[in-house]
Design a protein. Structure first.
Lengths: 406, 632, 262
């Protein structure tokens, strides 16, 4: 009796193990490829990270089809989930370095994960290309010799928005931001920058709902009660959709200017669909309207390969893929010191425009698109947009030198 | 000064969120009342309700875009989730009703992990915004403010569901049985009721309510793969504050929490992170069984407690195994590569933390859901001393058990006054409060970014040297704790776990002993946290978060809480499979969840527990020697 | 002076009176039985004497000391040992370890961190088990014992505290008749030998009338009769309460004493 039950259980357990083996994606090495370790939140933040991986994969395939890197070696990006916590990420980074023997590290999504891996890279004296984390700290107060960041930071994107709304001369602003570092530092940046842009501007109130747990009715009512002329929004993802619905119904956005970070990115604007609020001033990525031929070719290739439209993550992954190639080719080696030397002031022609990796603060000058939200074919998109070169919005040299003490 | 009409509006907002919370929490509280299962998967049911609704309702709108159709869609989605609840009961829970309650909790946690990844796989990562309810899209003008009609509908839904549940509970045989089982589970078993059917029905009702809660949210928020996590903690808080098993209690608690949230954010815009947990801590300190809850019906029945049962010295097999393991650990830096050494460092830190947790749970019967608080206090203590005050590693490490011990003493003072699930929930509340402090006190703790640069002193900087430090310190701490389990102190704790009345009647001050144990376990976890911080080089609030506490629980349960060494095996096993799955696939949570479920089914008493029972069977099958002591 | 005197004890739960004006005394070396129909308040009184319940009114005095507000663990140190209606032992421990725990507590060593508990006071524990006839089972897990044996272990645990007063709530509940007689005989013997006062409740009238020195009869929380067994047996109200006036506890004690011999 018992023996039979035990057998059944063992078979179940074995089935699980076999299932695991089947799902593993064995990567077969060919020749001597240059390995790059890419860790990101592919599971927990899949909305961003999966298109990002797709974009990067596309770039890698194109590069390898055209002869690879370092005179004919293949570029092989090893993708790993970072577990979305600093603890897991640092271990995964170690595994990539010691087991996969990658030349350098790239990726991460959450700011705290990015910072932990940056510090790890500093300890291990390994290059880390932080692609997505937006926190200012990674290039400023906690910047280090080995860490470089690709995306425009919270500060840069906030500054773009402030510049865009400056002309309206709005005096009374309310802020709503998710209660974590990204939201807090965006709010702090906004307060600082709006005072410079509009000296008599006043912040009439702030709301910091917990990330992913906004009590939208109460928050919208609280904001309305502040009677602001303008609202600076940092909410994104699930919080944003609730906020928008509740705000639309209650008329929060009527006759008010809304400046909103990241809302124009397809990741966040697509779920809003027909309910996309119109006329918000946002940073984002109007992929279907960009006429540049190189960009159009990227969109076509992406659609062909994945049968999906690109997100901002796809663009970023693609851009970083080529940036890695240029980096390797310029360095002519996978030696970390040579890589660092090559990356300082590396100039790359990306499908978004020319980008420089500043040696000063290790921040790339990749920009963002700033425009107004609108609805086209029942889908949210951007109009009156323009690409803002990151070079115009980076931290001034004096501030960088004060913050980065190496 | 806010005007009166605004205050009214905010009250309505609070009522609307109270209704949503209540509907979800009602299901949780009913399931707990009848089955005594702490169902982590309730949040997954809620999420599935939302996903079913956003999938189903747009299709139904092809028939007719009307409110009745919308509502039919909501009910269908809830029904679908109810059936999934039935499936979970039949396939999983039914097989494990006889295993200790904590293992049932472990199984539901496996379901959470698996569902999370399955949802990603089925519906994709993008948030899905459901259609709004026809006829309720507009806003109603209330005292010059616009208020969504759907929110008014939600305000009505809460009392409606409460009323229907009251009818169900008082006018149907099923409801009467549910109430009877909630008050006295044994009695129902004794009455000859078909318990299996009752449990299946209860799981259906619970899952149905969770699904209903999720489906009703879709006109407000987009279905997204994080919904389960975001709701489950609050649903538990509502359930506990109201009194586990009490539906009216859940209603009352939801009302209070809804209003507190609505007005709390006006005064403290960042309060939402911690508000509900502050309330839960306060309520439990003042009313140990929640607002409308009742103490567990005392049977005085003698049941074998969950946890360590009997101690015996190692036999030859164990000695050889332990000796071999110790040898491997000592030689590890020579036989393994530096990554393996790193993984083992982490395993050793977790092993100490898990061991200290089992010192409380397995030996003391004090189930803590918030052990990460003390792990985190140690990590933060070490990290902040090193980075902010420039203290070297050695004194910082020595300070970690003191810091975490002080924290544990403070929280433990209140914790040891409670028992059972309420005790567990109070530990959770304190852990969340600690988490919120670490998260919010940005100037000192670095907020959610944490603090980096927590590295060992120069002499200990090499991987190998630090490995030996961790091995030495954690082994010494584990040995000291283990020793106490065999000493009068450990026996006293175990005795108090077996029978508080008996312990009291032989002159034992149970509360004080438990308080000391809580403090000691906290200190040991703090030491583990300190060692971990130096291994990682950084500290951040995830070290204190609920998932971390759950990881510790999973480790000791996977290893087995009946044995002294189970937690060590559990820590090693859990961390290794996580490390094994993560590079394999991005769906590693699914695999981890399935592995946990498989372990619960194959080894319902943990790995070491399973090993022990196999061994016992082998020795029984062999020469039967009389007069030998049984038990493991 | 009596060993235990209980004065005007009262307790009600909600509106239900469980005890009112209960007054009695127990002398050293004597057995006092509390009897009464179900729900008469026996266990309530018991738990007030043991300290598990706080009385609404009245006093509990042990050897001249007012212990009304003293928690059970302190009463134990003052010499109150007890057994429970549903036996309370440490089920994860062996028989000997259960008794050793009581001895460890008696010697105030429960906080000791280092010595192996299994070796502490082992001989004393075995000696006590010997006294209750359980020495052969010293190393068996308590969870494996027959119910009657568990009651004996409880008695040994209670004796470990060198009590002056022993409280036994239905000591023979759930036992076979032969076992009952044995246990009562054992208890009576120990009580006389060590001059321990025993307060016990019991449903089994053979046990009560065979061993009690005095009996009090409780109905709805009040004492309706008290005195020597013979007096109580002949009390008209008691007869009325105990179903239609049949003589109760008729079996002579000598018979029970014989049965107790192994």
């Amino acid at each position: 009796m018992f023996g039979k039950r035990l057998l059944q259980r063992s078979v179940m357990a074995a089935a699980v193990v076999v299932g695991l083996a089947a799902t593993s994606e064995a990567v077969l090495a060919q020749g001597e490829p240059v390995k790059i370790g890419e860790l990101n939140s592919y599971g927990r933040f899949a909305a961003f990270a999966v298109p990002y991986r797709n974009g990067m994969q596309l770039a890698q395939d194109e590069i390898n089809a055209k002869g690879g890197v370092l005179k004919g070696r293949k570029m092989e990006i090893v993708f790993r989930d970072d577990g979305s916590t600093p603890g897991d990420a640092v271990r995964v980074a170690e595994e990539l370095l010691t087991r996969e023997k990658v030349a350098f590290l790239a990726g991460t999504f959450l700011s705290n994960v990015g910072l932990a891996v940056a510090d790890f890279a500093n300890q291990k004296k390994t290059l880390f290309l932080a692609t997505e984390p937006l926190t200012d700290a990674i290039t400023m107060a906690q910047g280090n010799k080995y860490t470089y960041r690709v995306r425009p930071s919270t500060f840069m994107q906030t500054k773009m928005l402030v510049e865009a709304v400056k002309a309206k001369g709005i005096k009374k602003w309310a802020i709503v931001a998710p209660n974590y570092e990204y939201g807090q530092s965006a709010a702090a940046n906004f307060k600082k920058l709006i005072k410079i842009a509009t000296p008599d501007a006043e912040i009439v109130g702030e709301q910091f709902p917990a990330l992913g747990k906004i009590d939208a009715g109460a928050t919208v009512a609280a904001l309305e009660n502040m009677k602001p002329q303008g609202i600076f929004n940092v909410l994104f993802g699930a919080d944003l959709t609730v906020f928008v619905r509740e705000g639309n119904t209650r008329g929060l956005f009527e006759k008010r200017t809304v400046a909103s970070l990241l809302t124009g990115e397809p990741e966040y604007i697509l779920p809003l669909g027909e309910e996309t609020p119109q006329g918000w001033i946002v940073t984002g990525y109007p992929w279907e309207e960009i006429a540049d031929p190189a960009h159009k070719a990227f969109v076509a290739a992406y659609r062909a390969k994945y049968n999906d439209t690109p997100r901002l993550g796809s663009l970023l992954g693609y851009v970083v893929g080529y940036m890695m190639k240029d980096l390797l080719d310029k360095a002519g080696s996978t030696d970390t010191d040579k890589l660092l030397a090559a990356l300082n002031d590396l100039k790359v022609n990306t499908i978004a425009g020319p980008v420089t990796m500043r040696a000063l603060d290790h921040q790339s000058t990749l920009g963002a698109w700033v425009g107004e939200t609108t609805i086209k074919d029942k889908k949210g998109t951007m109009k009156n947009w323009k690409y803002e070169d990151g070079a115009k919005y980076v931290f001034p040299e004096a501030e960088v030198k004060a913050a980065r003490k190496q | 000064m806010p005007d009166l009409s605004f205050l009214l509006l905010q009250t309505l907002n609070g009522l609307a969120s109270a209704s949503s919370l209540f509907i979800i929490a009602a299901g949780l509280t009913i399931v707990f009342g009848v089955t005594r299962i702490v169902n982590f998967a309730h949040g997954s049911f809620y999420m599935l309700g939302a996903y079913f609704a956003v999938t189903l309702i747009p299709r139904l709108f092809d028939i007719d875009r009307s409110f009745p159709i919308f509502f039919a869609g909501v009910l269908l989605a809830a029904l679908g989730v109810g059936l999934i609840g039935v499936l979970m009961e039949l396939v999983l829970l039914r097989r494990i009703y006889r295993v200790p309650e904590l293992f049932q909790l472990l199984a539901t946690f496996g379901v959470v992990l698996a569902v999370e990844d399955l949802v990603l796989k089925i519906w994709g990562p993008l948030d899905i915004l459901g259609p709004r309810a026809p006829g309720l899209r507009h806003a109603v003008e209330i005292l010059g403010h616009r208020f969504p009609a759907y929110e008014l509908f939600m305000i009505a839904m809460g009392p409606l569901v409460l009323g229907l549940l009251w009818l169900l509970m008082h006018k149907t045989r099923f409801g009467v049985l549910v109430r009877a089982a909630t008050q006295d589970r044994e009695m129902v078993g004794a009455l000859g009721v078909n318990q299996a059917l009752l449990f299946t029905g209860t799981l259906f009702l619970g899952a149905f309510l969770a699904g209903l809660g999720g489906a009703l949210q879709t006109p407000k928020l987009a279905a997204n793969p994080h919904m389960d996590i975001s709701i489950i903690a609050e649903a538990f808080v509502v359930t506990v504050v109201g009194g586990m098993g009490s539906v009216p209690g859940a209603f009352l608690a939801a009302l209070i929490i809804g209003q507190l949230q609505a007005f709390g954010i006006l005064i403290f815009p960042k309060i939402t992170l911690v508000l509900v947990f502050l309330l839960m801590a306060l309520v439990l300190v003042l009313r140990p069984w929640g607002l409308l809850g009742r103490p567990e019906a005392g049977h005085g029945r003698v049941v074998l407690p969950e946890g360590i049962l009997g101690l015996k010295p190692f036999g030859p097999a164990e000695r050889i195994l332990t000796g071999g393991l110790a040898l491997i650990l000592v030689l590890l830096p020579w036989v393994g590569d530096s990554y393996l050494t790193k993984v083992v460092i982490e395993v050793l830190c977790f092993a100490l933390a898990a061991f200290s947790l089992n010192f409380l749970i397995g030996n003391g019967g004090l189930v803590s859901f918030g052990h990460a608080a003390y792990f985190g206090l140690g990590a933060y203590g070490a990290g902040l001393l090193v980075t902010r005050l420039g203290v070297p590693m050695e004194p910082a490490l020595l300070a970690t058990p003191v810091i975490a011990g002080l924290g544990a003493a403070l929280f433990g003072f209140f914790v040891v006054r409670l028992s059972g699930i309420y005790l567990a929930m109070l530990t959770l509340a304190f852990a969340q409060i600690t988490y919120a402090v670490a998260f919010q006190w940005v100037e000192v703790t670095g907020g959610d970014n944490g603090v980096v640069g927590v590295w060992p002193s120069r002499w200990a900087a090499s991987r190998e040297v630090y490995y030996y430090i961790v091995l030495l310190v954690s082994a010494a701490a584990i040995l000291v704790l283990r020793r106490s389990i065999y000493a009068p102190f450990g026996y006293t704790l175990r005795g108090a776990r077996d029978s508080v009345v008996r312990a009291d009647a032989i002159g034992i001050d149970v509360r004080t002993h438990r308080w000391v144990a809580f403090t000691v376990a906290g200190a040991a976890a703090g030491l583990a946290g300190g060692l971990f911080a130096f291994a990682k080089g950084s500290i951040d609030p995830t070290l204190i978060s609920i998932p971390m506490s759950i990881d510790f629980l999973v480790m000791i349960l996977v290893g087995g809480i009946q044995t002294v060494l189970g937690p060590l095996i559990g820590a090693a096993f859990f961390h290794s499979i996580k490390d094994f799955f993560m590079p394999l696939t991005f769906y590693w949570r699914l695999l981890l969840g399935l592995a946990i479920i498989a372990i619960v089914l194959v080894f319902p008493r943990g790995i070491v527990g399973g090993f022990e029972s196999v061994k016992a069977r082998v020795s029984r099958a062999g020469a039967r020697q009389g007069g030998e002591r049984a038990g493991a | 002076m009596s060993l235990l005197s209980v004065e005007q004890l009262g307790k009600s739960f909600g509106g239900v009176v469980a005890a009112r004006g209960v007054t009695f005394a127990v002398d050293a070396g004597k057995l006092l039985a509390v009897i009464g129909p179900n729900g008469a308040g026996k266990s309530t009184i018991f738990n007030m004497v043991g300290g598990q319940l706080a009385p609404d009114t009245g006093r509990v005095v042990l050897a001249g000391e007012d212990i009304t507000a003293t928690p059970p663990r302190h009463r134990w140190r003052l010499g109150v040992g007890r057994t429970f209606q549903i036996a309370q032992t440490f089920v994860s421990m062996t028989v000997a370890e259960n008794v050793q725990m009581a001895l460890i507590s008696l010697n105030r060593r429960t906080r000791a961190w280092w010595p192996a508990a299994g070796a502490l006071y082992r001989d004393e524990a075995v000696a006590l088990l010997e006294r209750v006839g359980m020495a052969d089972n010293a190393d068996r897990p308590c969870s494996e014992l027959a119910y009657g044996d568990v009651k004996r272990v409880e008695l040994a645990i209670a004796l470990a505290g060198t009590p002056k007063l022993l409280l036994m709530d239905e000591p023979t509940a759930g036992m076979a008749p032969k076992e009952r007689a044995q246990l009562m005989e054992l208890t009576a013997g120990i009580a006389r030998e060590r001059t321990i006062g025993v307060l016990f409740t019991e449903h089994d009238m053979d046990a009560v009338f065979g061993h009690a020195d005095d009996i009090i009869v409780l109905v709805r929380g009040e004492i309706i009769a008290a005195g020597r067994p013979a007096e109580v047996r002949n009390n008209a109200r008691v007869r009325q309460v105990y179903l239609g006036g049949t003589e109760i506890g008729a079996r002579p004690s000598s018979q029970a004493a014989e049965a107790a011999q192994p």
